[in-house]
Design a binder for this molecule. Structure first.
Ligand code: MN3
Length: 238
């Protein structure tokens, strides 16, 4: 990445938009780019969606995304900027804010908003139009060695997503050299637990309620079958 990132925040933003619009690695790098921009320019910004608001139809509608991305995700960004202004967190990257406030009750508002920004950006990149299907061979091999089959992995992800009580997230993570499924509540993120997140599914009601109402399993299975971005998971696995 260009060392001059700190000089001009609008140039950085343009480059980041370009990177997020590109393939998986670029999207992941762009999330690092987000933090660097925040360090340089102070306020955190809502990263651009990696596709149009209607690109995940009919599984996730443009109306759902307009609220989920345009209101919920944006509000986390606005709230974090208000909360950290003039504090020791003002100039830190998102990741540093998350790890520095995790588990500290008196910092929970900062943690919740920072982690929700990170989780949502990761979620948007965990899906793509015409996703689902067979993972790339290199990932498929790792999935088979950890879960036995791709179907077993998807079943475990779906089961974690459906059984998460209340709001939260289901994740595919890399723990050492083994792939695992974990779930987290509310804003919690595996970033703070020493594992490497590969994919996530948002199971807060705002992610699916406009279309699926109480049928969380239908939303989760449709995401896994039609949208999940295995290439992004492979890039994250390294
Ligand atoms: Mn959400």
């Amino acid at each position: 990445m260009n060392k001059q990132d700190t000089t001009n925040s609008s140039t950085v933003l343009d480059r980041r938009s370009f990177l997020i619009a590109s393939a998986g690695t670029a999207a992941w790098l762009a999330m690092g780019g987000l933090s660097r921009t925040a360090q340089a320019a102070s306020p955190h910004v809502l990263p651009p969606l990696p596709y149009g608001e209607n690109a995940l139809e009919p599984v996730i509608t443009a109306r759902t995304i307009s609220f989920h991305y345009g209101k919920h995700h944006k509000t986390y960004v606005d709230n974090l900027n208000k909360l950290i202004g003039g504090t020791e967190y003002a100039d830190l990257s998102l990741e540093k804010i998350i790890t520095g406030t995790a588990g500290r009750r008196e910092k929970s508002a900062i943690f919740n908003n920072a982690a929700q920004i990170w989780n949502h950006t990761f979620y948007w990149n965990s899906m793509k139009p015409k996703g689902g299907g067979e993972p790339p061979a290199a990932l498929k091999q790792r999935i088979e060695s950890s879960f036995g089959s791709v179907d077993a992995c998807k079943k475990e992800l779906a089961s974690a997503a459906v059984s998460q009580f209340g709001s939260g997230w289901a994740w595919l993570v890399l723990d050492g050299d083994k792939l695992k499924v974990v779930k987290t509540a509310n804003a919690d993120t595996p970033l703070t637990t020493g594992v490497k997140p590969l994919l996530t599914i948002d199971v807060w009601e705002h992610a699916y309620y406009l279309v699926y109402q109480n049928r969380r399993a239908d939303y989760v299975n449709a995401v896994l079958d039609k949208l999940i971005n295995w290439e992004f998971a492979l890039q994250n696995a390294g």
